[in-house]
Design a protein around this ligand. Structure first.
Ligand SMILES: O=C(O)CCC(=O)C(=O)O
Ligand SMILES: [Fe+2]
Length: 302
C-alpha cells in the first residue's frame, strides 16, 4: 500500500470560517501562518493531530540557520564535545566520511541568531496556541534540537522508529500532558524521499494505544493509516505529543538524502534549567545503547 501524502495539491488556506463550528479541512491542506490561529487551523490540529504551515521561514533565513548549525558543529567537533548539558550529541559520518553531528541539542544556547529567531514575533500565534503561558526553554529538556538525517555508510541517524513524543514525560516521572511539537523544516522532502510519517488521529487513542500501538523506536514499518508530511524549506509543522510518528529513511544516498529539522522548545511549565553539571536522563542511555547495538549489527553484516 502506498503511503498517502498529507499535504499535496490543496491550496493554502488562511481565511477564517464565518459560520459557527469550524469546518475540518481535507488532510491535504497546507496553511498560511497569520497573526492568529484560525478556527479551521485549531479544528484541523485537534482532528488530525498535526498541521503544516507553509514556508514560515524565508529562503535566506533557512540558509542562515543551516550555516549556524554548521558553525556550532565545527565548534563542538573542535572541542571534542560528546554531550551538551547531559544530553548526548548523535555523531556519525557525513557524505564525505567526515565526522558529522546529527542531533544537536540546546542549539539556541550556542547561537545568538537562533536564540533571536526563536523569539521572532511571527511565531507568537503558535506559542500562544500551545498555551498562554508557554515559554521558550532554551536550557530545559533538550532545548532547541537540530536533527540532520543523512543516509550514508556510518550515519548515526538515517531514520527514527515509531514513537510519540509524550513518552518522554514518563521518564520525567509525570503523566504526558497535551504538548505540541513545533518543527521547522530546512529541506524539500517529498513522500518518495522518506521523511516524516504520522498516524492521523492517533493522539486521541487511550493509554493502551499510547503505550503499545507500536514497539517504541524499534518498529519502522509502514502503517496502513500513516500519511507522509511533505515539506518545503521553511515549512513549520506542529504535532500533538501523543501522535504516533516516525522518520522514514531516505532511499537516496549522500547529500541528496540530507533532511534537517529544528524542534522548538516551547514548554507550558518550568523544567529544571540545565547546565554542564546536568545528568543524562535514563531514556538517552537507552537510545545510546540502541545506537551502539545498531553499529555492531552493521559491522557484522558488512
Ligand atoms: O525529524 C523529525 O521531523 C521528527 C523527529 C522526532 O520525531 C523526534 O525527534 O522526536
Ligand atoms: Fe518525535
Amino acid at each position: 500500500m502506498q503511503t498517502q501524502t498529507a499535504n499535496q495539491a490543496t491550496p493554502s488556506r488562511s481565511t477564517p470560517s464565518t459560520s459557527g463550528a469550524a469546518e475540518i479541512l481535507p488532510i491535504t491542506t497546507r496553511f498560511e501562518l497569520g497573526d492568529e490561529i484560525t478556527p479551521e487551523q485549531h479544528a484541523f490540529l485537534d482532528h488530525y493531530g498535526f498541521i503544516i504551515f507553509s514556508q514560515v521561514a524565508k529562503a535566506d533565513e533557512v540558509q542562515r540557520i543551516a550555516q549556524e548549525l554548521n558553525e556550532i558543529e565545527a565548534k563542538w567537533l573542535a572541542e571534542g564535545r560528546r554531550e551538551v548539558y547531559g544530553i548526548p550529541i548523535f555523531r556519525g559520518k557525513g557524505a564525505e566520511g567526515q565526522p558529522f553531528l546529527q542531533r544537536l541539542p540546546f542549539t539556541s544556547c550556542f547561537s545568538e541568531y537562533l536564540h533571536g529567531f526563536l523569539r521572532d514575533p511571527r511565531f507568537e500565534p503558535v506559542r500562544r496556541m500551545i498555551g498562554e503561558h508557554t515559554h521558550i526553554g532554551d536550557h530545559e529538556m533538550d532545548g532547541l534540537v537540530a536533527n540532520r538525517n543523512l543516509n550514508v555508510p556510518g550515519s548515526a541517524y538515517p531514520r527514527l522508529g515509531w514513537h510519540t513524543d509524550g513518552l518522554r514525560d514518563l521518564f520525567y516521572l509525570r503523566m504526558p500532558k497535551r504538548m505540541l511539537n513545533v518543527g521547522l523544516h530546512l529541506d524539500r522532502v517529498q513522500r518518495e524521499d522518506g521523511g516524516l510519517r504520522v498516524i492521523p488521529g492517533s493522539h486521541k487513542q487511550g493509554p493502551l494505544g499510547f503505550l503499545f500501538r507500536k514497539v517504541y523506536f524499534l518498529s519502522h514499518g509502514e502503517d496502513p493509516h500513516e500519511v507522509a508530511i511533505e515539506t518545503q524549506p521553511g515549512d513549520l509543522t506542529l504535532h500533538d505529543g501523543r501522535t504516533w510518528h516516525r522518520v522514514e529513511q531516505s532511499p537516496h544516498s549522500g547529500l541528496r538524502s540530507l533532511r534537517r529539522t529544528l524542534y522548538f522548545p516551547y514548554l507550558t511549565e518550568q523544567f529544571p534549567t540545565k547546565n554542564d553539571d546536568s545528568k543524562t536522563p535514563l531514556y538517552h542511555y537507552l537510545g545510546r545503547a540502541l545506537r551502539a547495538g545498531k553499529r555492531v549489527t552493521a559491522r557484522i553484516k558488512r
